[in-house]
Design a protein around this ligand. Structure first.
Ligand code: MN
Length: 264
Protein backbone atom coordinates (compact mmCIF):
# COMPACT_ATOMS: atom_id res chain seq x y z
CA UNK A 1 0.00 0.00 0.00
CA UNK A 2 1.12 3.54 -0.71
CA UNK A 3 1.09 5.91 2.25
CA UNK A 4 0.55 9.61 1.66
CA UNK A 5 2.06 11.92 4.28
CA UNK A 6 1.78 15.71 4.38
CA UNK A 7 4.94 17.40 5.68
CA UNK A 8 3.97 21.08 5.95
CA UNK A 9 7.28 22.63 6.97
CA UNK A 10 8.85 25.66 5.28
CA UNK A 11 11.09 27.28 7.90
CA UNK A 12 14.21 26.15 6.00
CA UNK A 13 13.20 28.21 2.95
CA UNK A 14 15.74 30.88 2.11
CA UNK A 15 13.60 33.26 0.03
CA UNK A 16 9.84 32.96 0.63
CA UNK A 17 7.56 31.07 2.99
CA UNK A 18 4.40 29.33 1.78
CA UNK A 19 5.05 25.61 1.16
CA UNK A 20 3.76 24.84 4.69
CA UNK A 21 0.28 25.55 3.31
CA UNK A 22 0.68 23.12 0.41
CA UNK A 23 -0.58 19.64 1.42
CA UNK A 24 -4.25 20.48 2.11
CA UNK A 25 -4.53 22.44 -1.13
CA UNK A 26 -3.04 19.63 -3.22
CA UNK A 27 -5.50 17.21 -1.56
CA UNK A 28 -8.34 19.64 -2.34
CA UNK A 29 -7.74 19.01 -6.05
CA UNK A 30 -8.76 15.41 -5.35
CA UNK A 31 -11.96 16.37 -3.54
CA UNK A 32 -13.26 19.53 -5.22
CA UNK A 33 -14.75 17.74 -8.21
CA UNK A 34 -12.99 19.46 -11.12
CA UNK A 35 -10.90 16.38 -11.99
CA UNK A 36 -11.46 12.64 -11.75
CA UNK A 37 -9.26 10.18 -9.87
CA UNK A 38 -7.83 8.32 -12.85
CA UNK A 39 -4.21 8.28 -13.91
CA UNK A 40 -3.55 8.58 -17.64
CA UNK A 41 -2.91 4.80 -17.70
CA UNK A 42 -6.50 4.25 -16.59
CA UNK A 43 -5.95 3.33 -12.96
CA UNK A 44 -8.22 4.95 -10.39
CA UNK A 45 -6.12 6.40 -7.57
CA UNK A 46 -8.41 6.21 -4.56
CA UNK A 47 -7.84 6.78 -0.87
CA UNK A 48 -8.44 3.49 0.95
CA UNK A 49 -8.04 1.44 -2.24
CA UNK A 50 -4.48 1.96 -3.44
CA UNK A 51 -3.24 4.59 -1.01
CA UNK A 52 -3.93 5.60 2.55
CA UNK A 53 -3.71 9.18 3.70
CA UNK A 54 -1.83 9.58 6.97
CA UNK A 55 -2.69 13.32 6.95
CA UNK A 56 -0.31 16.09 7.94
CA UNK A 57 2.48 16.04 10.48
CA UNK A 58 2.56 18.86 13.04
CA UNK A 59 5.68 20.94 13.61
CA UNK A 60 4.36 23.60 15.99
CA UNK A 61 7.21 25.11 17.97
CA UNK A 62 9.90 22.86 16.51
CA UNK A 63 13.22 24.18 15.22
CA UNK A 64 15.02 22.83 12.14
CA UNK A 65 16.93 20.13 13.99
CA UNK A 66 13.86 18.91 15.92
CA UNK A 67 11.90 18.87 12.68
CA UNK A 68 14.61 16.81 11.00
CA UNK A 69 14.46 14.24 13.82
CA UNK A 70 10.67 14.12 13.82
CA UNK A 71 10.42 13.55 10.05
CA UNK A 72 13.18 10.94 10.12
CA UNK A 73 11.50 8.98 12.92
CA UNK A 74 8.10 9.17 11.25
CA UNK A 75 9.36 7.88 7.90
CA UNK A 76 11.42 5.17 9.59
CA UNK A 77 8.32 4.05 11.48
CA UNK A 78 6.10 3.99 8.40
CA UNK A 79 8.74 2.14 6.35
CA UNK A 80 8.83 -0.77 8.76
CA UNK A 81 6.45 -2.66 6.53
CA UNK A 82 6.82 -2.97 2.77
CA UNK A 83 4.81 0.15 2.19
CA UNK A 84 5.89 2.95 -0.12
CA UNK A 85 5.61 6.58 0.91
CA UNK A 86 4.66 9.65 -1.11
CA UNK A 87 5.22 12.90 0.79
CA UNK A 88 3.77 16.32 0.05
CA UNK A 89 6.11 19.14 1.19
CA UNK A 90 6.95 21.49 2.53
CA UNK A 91 10.11 22.99 1.21
CA UNK A 92 12.90 20.80 -0.17
CA UNK A 93 14.62 20.46 3.23
CA UNK A 94 12.15 17.68 4.11
CA UNK A 95 13.81 15.34 1.59
CA UNK A 96 16.95 15.06 3.74
CA UNK A 97 15.37 13.18 6.68
CA UNK A 98 13.06 11.21 4.36
CA UNK A 99 15.91 9.93 2.21
CA UNK A 100 18.09 9.24 5.26
CA UNK A 101 15.37 6.88 6.50
CA UNK A 102 15.12 5.29 3.07
CA UNK A 103 18.89 4.75 3.02
CA UNK A 104 18.64 2.81 6.27
CA UNK A 105 16.19 0.42 4.64
CA UNK A 106 17.66 0.36 1.12
CA UNK A 107 21.46 0.44 1.18
CA UNK A 108 21.47 0.34 -2.63
CA UNK A 109 18.99 3.21 -3.03
CA UNK A 110 19.20 5.32 -6.19
CA UNK A 111 17.87 8.87 -6.20
CA UNK A 112 16.32 10.83 -9.05
CA UNK A 113 16.00 14.54 -8.26
CA UNK A 114 13.87 16.60 -10.65
CA UNK A 115 14.66 20.24 -9.93
CA UNK A 116 15.80 23.59 -11.35
CA UNK A 117 18.41 23.66 -8.56
CA UNK A 118 20.91 21.04 -7.46
CA UNK A 119 20.52 21.94 -3.75
CA UNK A 120 24.13 20.99 -3.04
CA UNK A 121 25.26 24.06 -1.05
CA UNK A 122 27.70 23.07 1.64
CA UNK A 123 26.64 26.13 3.65
CA UNK A 124 23.67 28.36 2.90
CA UNK A 125 23.00 31.17 5.42
CA UNK A 126 24.64 29.02 8.11
CA UNK A 127 21.61 26.71 8.17
CA UNK A 128 22.74 23.11 7.64
CA UNK A 129 19.08 22.16 7.12
CA UNK A 130 18.49 24.83 4.45
CA UNK A 131 16.34 23.85 1.47
CA UNK A 132 19.42 24.75 -0.61
CA UNK A 133 21.48 21.95 0.99
CA UNK A 134 19.56 18.66 1.42
CA UNK A 135 21.53 16.78 -1.24
CA UNK A 136 24.86 18.00 0.17
CA UNK A 137 23.80 16.59 3.55
CA UNK A 138 22.75 13.28 2.01
CA UNK A 139 25.85 12.82 -0.15
CA UNK A 140 28.42 13.80 2.50
CA UNK A 141 27.05 11.05 4.75
CA UNK A 142 26.32 8.48 2.02
CA UNK A 143 29.07 8.93 -0.52
CA UNK A 144 28.26 5.82 -2.57
CA UNK A 145 24.64 6.77 -3.20
CA UNK A 146 23.77 7.15 -6.86
CA UNK A 147 22.17 10.60 -7.36
CA UNK A 148 20.87 11.72 -10.76
CA UNK A 149 19.63 15.31 -11.12
CA UNK A 150 17.50 16.37 -14.07
CA UNK A 151 16.31 19.83 -15.14
CA UNK A 152 19.11 21.77 -13.44
CA UNK A 153 19.62 25.30 -14.79
CA UNK A 154 21.20 27.32 -11.95
CA UNK A 155 24.69 25.86 -11.44
CA UNK A 156 27.31 28.15 -9.95
CA UNK A 157 30.98 27.33 -9.42
CA UNK A 158 30.56 26.10 -5.85
CA UNK A 159 27.73 23.75 -6.77
CA UNK A 160 29.61 22.43 -9.80
CA UNK A 161 32.49 21.58 -7.47
CA UNK A 162 30.13 19.92 -5.00
CA UNK A 163 28.62 17.84 -7.81
CA UNK A 164 32.09 16.69 -8.87
CA UNK A 165 33.07 15.91 -5.28
CA UNK A 166 30.01 13.72 -4.73
CA UNK A 167 29.92 12.21 -8.25
CA UNK A 168 26.44 13.54 -8.94
CA UNK A 169 25.13 12.76 -12.41
CA UNK A 170 23.62 16.06 -13.60
CA UNK A 171 21.51 16.37 -16.74
CA UNK A 172 21.38 20.12 -17.14
CA UNK A 173 18.25 21.57 -18.71
CA UNK A 174 20.31 23.06 -21.55
CA UNK A 175 21.28 19.52 -22.60
CA UNK A 176 17.99 17.83 -21.74
CA UNK A 177 16.75 14.75 -23.53
CA UNK A 178 15.05 11.58 -22.33
CA UNK A 179 18.06 9.24 -22.67
CA UNK A 180 18.78 9.17 -18.92
CA UNK A 181 15.53 7.32 -18.22
CA UNK A 182 16.79 3.95 -19.40
CA UNK A 183 19.99 4.31 -17.38
CA UNK A 184 18.07 4.66 -14.09
CA UNK A 185 18.54 1.88 -11.56
CA UNK A 186 16.24 0.60 -8.84
CA UNK A 187 15.26 0.74 -6.11
CA UNK A 188 14.55 4.35 -7.00
CA UNK A 189 13.49 7.29 -4.84
CA UNK A 190 12.12 10.33 -6.72
CA UNK A 191 12.40 13.82 -5.26
CA UNK A 192 10.25 16.11 -7.35
CA UNK A 193 10.69 19.86 -6.87
CA UNK A 194 7.90 21.57 -8.80
CA UNK A 195 10.31 24.30 -9.92
CA UNK A 196 11.80 21.77 -12.35
CA UNK A 197 8.82 22.88 -14.47
CA UNK A 198 9.00 26.12 -16.39
CA UNK A 199 7.24 28.86 -14.36
CA UNK A 200 4.74 29.10 -17.24
CA UNK A 201 3.49 25.63 -16.25
CA UNK A 202 3.90 25.95 -12.49
CA UNK A 203 3.75 29.53 -11.22
CA UNK A 204 3.07 28.41 -7.65
CA UNK A 205 6.68 27.97 -6.53
CA UNK A 206 8.98 30.24 -4.55
CA UNK A 207 11.84 30.34 -7.07
CA UNK A 208 10.75 31.17 -10.63
CA UNK A 209 13.54 29.84 -12.85
CA UNK A 210 12.81 30.24 -16.57
CA UNK A 211 13.63 27.62 -19.16
CA UNK A 212 12.29 24.50 -17.46
CA UNK A 213 10.42 21.34 -18.42
CA UNK A 214 6.88 21.35 -19.71
CA UNK A 215 4.29 19.43 -17.72
CA UNK A 216 4.04 16.98 -20.63
CA UNK A 217 7.79 16.31 -20.61
CA UNK A 218 7.71 15.68 -16.86
CA UNK A 219 4.78 13.28 -17.24
CA UNK A 220 6.68 11.46 -19.99
CA UNK A 221 9.64 10.99 -17.65
CA UNK A 222 7.50 9.59 -14.84
CA UNK A 223 5.43 7.34 -17.10
CA UNK A 224 8.54 5.77 -18.68
CA UNK A 225 10.62 4.99 -15.61
CA UNK A 226 11.54 1.31 -16.03
CA UNK A 227 12.57 0.46 -12.44
CA UNK A 228 10.94 -0.03 -9.05
CA UNK A 229 10.01 3.30 -7.45
CA UNK A 230 10.00 2.83 -3.67
CA UNK A 231 9.22 6.37 -2.56
CA UNK A 232 8.68 9.93 -3.75
CA UNK A 233 8.18 13.46 -2.58
CA UNK A 234 6.53 16.45 -4.25
CA UNK A 235 7.98 19.60 -2.73
CA UNK A 236 8.15 23.39 -2.98
CA UNK A 237 4.52 24.00 -3.96
CA UNK A 238 3.85 27.54 -2.71
CA UNK A 239 0.10 28.35 -2.69
CA UNK A 240 0.80 32.04 -1.97
CA UNK A 241 2.42 32.36 -5.42
CA UNK A 242 -0.16 30.23 -7.25
CA UNK A 243 -2.78 31.36 -9.77
CA UNK A 244 -6.25 29.80 -9.34
CA UNK A 245 -4.68 26.63 -7.83
CA UNK A 246 -3.18 25.81 -11.24
CA UNK A 247 0.04 24.49 -9.72
CA UNK A 248 -1.87 22.55 -7.06
CA UNK A 249 -3.61 20.72 -9.90
CA UNK A 250 -0.24 19.99 -11.51
CA UNK A 251 0.96 18.55 -8.18
CA UNK A 252 -2.17 16.42 -7.86
CA UNK A 253 -1.74 15.05 -11.37
CA UNK A 254 1.91 14.24 -10.69
CA UNK A 255 0.80 12.46 -7.50
CA UNK A 256 -1.63 10.30 -9.47
CA UNK A 257 0.98 9.42 -12.09
CA UNK A 258 3.62 8.60 -9.45
CA UNK A 259 1.11 6.52 -7.46
CA UNK A 260 0.15 4.64 -10.64
CA UNK A 261 3.82 3.76 -11.22
CA UNK A 262 4.32 2.72 -7.59
CA UNK A 263 1.25 0.47 -7.25
CA UNK A 264 2.09 -3.02 -8.61
MN1 MN B 1 14.32 23.87 -6.75
Amino acid sequence: MIKLIGIPYDSNSSFLKGPSFAPPIIRLMDSNGSANNFSEQGIEILEGTNFIDLKDMNFNGLNSEETYVKIKNKIQHELNSNDKIISFGGDHSISFPIIESYLQKYQNLNILQLDAHCDLYDNFNNNPYSHASPFARIMEKNSTTNLTQVGIRTLNTHQKNQALKYHVNIIEMKNFNFDFINALKGPLYISLDLDVLDPAFAPGVSHHEPGGLSTRELLTIIQNIPVNIVGADIVEYNPIRDVNNMTAMVAYKLFKELANKMID
